[in-house]
Design a protein around this ligand. Structure first.
Ligand SMILES: [Zn+2]
Ligand SMILES: [Zn+2]
Length: 258
């Protein structure tokens, strides 16, 4: 049986140096509950080590977590990469790490990169600075993700920095993303008016939360799916087998239009 599931597929944890230290697993799950979210994407910059902790805590609240990362490609474009399970995420994470410059984090400048468990014990600190581009192209990262059965989504494409449209101007022919993420400051109609290259693509919106209050967005992505899994999300993005995706307003539960 299909049901509607509210999703936020772009949330950072304390592993991202730019995220607030309040972004621990427990607080993220509590904020997801408060905002009625049934499917979370945990997407730290070029890293994944806090996905297991959030996944374990979220499961206790009946919230599913898609195992992901936000990779910064050679073109300085941010992309969300989701994997079918933690093992394939870990393998891809190791590959991404091999392509990340060996530059040390300076916590006093960039912030701490904290790895925690489900009890929020600090397991360690990531010493390599995560806020850099890997030496892989957009297509390389897409292929690495898809080879592992994953989903590749260019992130916040309307943003003036670190985005597909800011850095490349268009959705490159041949990239063929299954969907594109727009930031929560625009409705899909506004995004397509400002960026006609988006017309014809399926769009999602997410919070890109770096602090807890970011999870309360004006619009949210809803999936009509049989289960909160990556395979079902992929079906919904393709509009197959009755699955679908819509962007709804959080204030009046109507389609989010301008
Ligand atoms: Zn980003
Ligand atoms: Zn982000």
């Amino acid at each position: 049986m299909l049901r509607w599931l509210k999703a936020d597929l772009h949330v950072h944890t304390v592993l991202s140096p730019c995220a607030e230290l309040e972004m621990g697993p427990r607080a993220i799950v509590a904020a997801a509950v408060a905002n009625g979210i049934g499917l979370l994407g945990i997407t730290d910059h070029n890293a994944w080590a806090n996905v297991p902790a959030v996944t374990a805590l979220a499961a206790r609240e009946g919230i599913a977590v898609l195992a992901g990362m936000e990779v910064q490609t050679r073109e300085e474009v941010h992309v969300l990469c989701f994997f079918p399970d933690l093992a394939s995420l870990a393998a891809a994470g190791e590959e991404i790490r091999r392509h990340l410059p060996r530059i040390e984090n300076r916590p006093e400048v960039f912030g701490d990169q904290v790895i925690v468990d489900a009890e929020e014990n600090i397991l360690g600190f990531e010493n390599r600075l995560l806020l850099n581009s890997v030496d892989l192209s957009l297509e390389d990262v897409r292929d690495l993700t898809r080879r592992a059965g994953g989903l590749f989504i260019p992130a916040h494409v309307d943003r003036p920095a670190f985005s597909l449209l800011a850095n490349l101007g268009v959705v490159p022919p041949g990239l063929e993303p299954q969907t594109l993420e727009i930031s929560s400051r625009l409705t899909p109609e506004e995004a397509k008016r400002l960026f006609p290259t988006l017309v014809g693509y399926s769009l999602i919106t997410s919070s890109d939360a770096h602090r807890l209050s970011d999870l309360a967005t004006p619009c949210a992505t809803w999936f009509h799916v049989a289960a909160p899994t990556l395979a079902e999300v992929v079906l919904a993005l393709a509009g197959r087998e009755g699955r679908k995706v819509v962007i709804m307003s959080n204030s009046d539960e109507k389609p989010c239009s301008s």
